[in-house]
Design a protein around this ligand. Structure first.
Ligand code: NDP
Length: 261
């Protein structure tokens, strides 16, 4: 038991009800951390918290819409009241949406910025004070290769994810003196419900079969496959470890070599 790398660390994961966030929460618990899990839907959170407790860790299931600063403040209060602090914050909650730029709906623009960028601002701001006080912290933002490259029809998503890198890098510089690292993980297409929805959407628009669309997405990577949530989770656990203290202000791709910077 003593060699668990994240033993006695307290973690929070947003967007943990499914997909990458759920897998990250389980991987952090596997590595020894207590994990508070959050998303809007309560039932899958309760189930996940139960699984984490069965692993012998503490867990809290706290529903929260991360686009609402009042709900975010309540989330932080609930976790901090229960555990007295937090060591690892994983900003994972996010959503994808696409539209050509001609006649782009303003609501889509505002929604993408709110859920993918402003949420990271709100949640980080809410959990930062105890990290500063204890002079130790890990902030890990799940960004995207869309944080580094542009592609057609996803201007709002791309702008929001580029913004996450700007926030990551600036915050990393500001928090160096407090012994807090801030990094971003930039996955390519990951096999999750988000990508399933994406595939269904493209299939409906193009008349391609879902299998053909999936193959097209796979072929966008030199490895010709989708990334698994477990691969993203493994890097998250590593960045949370003491050994990763020299890694900050970075944006690390997990994309099979698609993007090379
Ligand atoms: P999913 O759609 O599978 O899961 C998204 C999670 O975010 C869910 O738990 C959802 O829960 C939560 N969420 C959505 N909106 C809100 C909200 N307003 N408030 C709180 N929680 C919310 O997505 P993935 O697991 O695929 O993606 C996770 C992250 O990884 C996202 O930031 C995404 O942009 C990023 N990413 C994904 C890639 C992919 O190919 N899948 C590639 C690169 C990056 P609920 O609905 O219950 O609120």
């Amino acid at each position: 038991m003593t060699d668990l790398p994240l033993r006695n660390r307290r973690a929070v994961v947003t967007g943990a009800s499914r997909g990458i966030g759920r897998t990250i929460a389980l991987a952090l618990a596997e590595a020894g951390a207590d994990v508070a899990v959050s998303a809007r839907s309560q039932a899958p959170l309760e189930e996940l918290a139960g699984e984490i407790r069965e692993m012998g860790r503490r867990s809290l299931a706290v529903p929260c819409d991360v686009t609402d600063p009042e709900q975010v403040a309540r989330l932080a209060q609930t976790v901090l009241d229960a555990w007295g602090g937090v060591d690892i914050l994983v900003n994972n909650a996010g959503a994808a949406g696409s539209h050509k730029f001609l006649n782009h709906p303003d609501e889509l623009w505002h929604h993408m910025l709110a859920i993918n960028l402003t949420s990271v601002y709100y949640v980080t701001k809410a959990f930062l004070p105890p990290m500063v006080e204890q002079k130790w912290g890990r902030i890990i933002n799940i960004a995207s290769i869309a944080s580094k490259t542009g592609a057609k029809y996803i201007a709002a998503y791309t702008a929001s994810k580029h913004g996450v890198l700007g926030l990551t890098r600036s915050l990393a510089m500001e928090l160096v003196e407090h012994n807090i690292t801030v990094n971003a993980i930039c996955p390519g297409y990951v096999d999750t419900p988000m990508t399933e929805a994406n595939i269904a959407n493209i299939a409906a628009r193009t008349g391609m079969s879902p299998e053909q669309v999936r193959r097209t997405l796979e072929n966008m990577s030199p490895q010709k496959r989708l990334i698994t949530p477990e691969e993203v989770a493994a890097l998250t656990v590593y960045l949370a470890r003491e050994e990763a203290r020299g890694i900050t202000a970075q944006a690390i791709n997990v994309d099979g070599g698609t993007v090379q910077w």
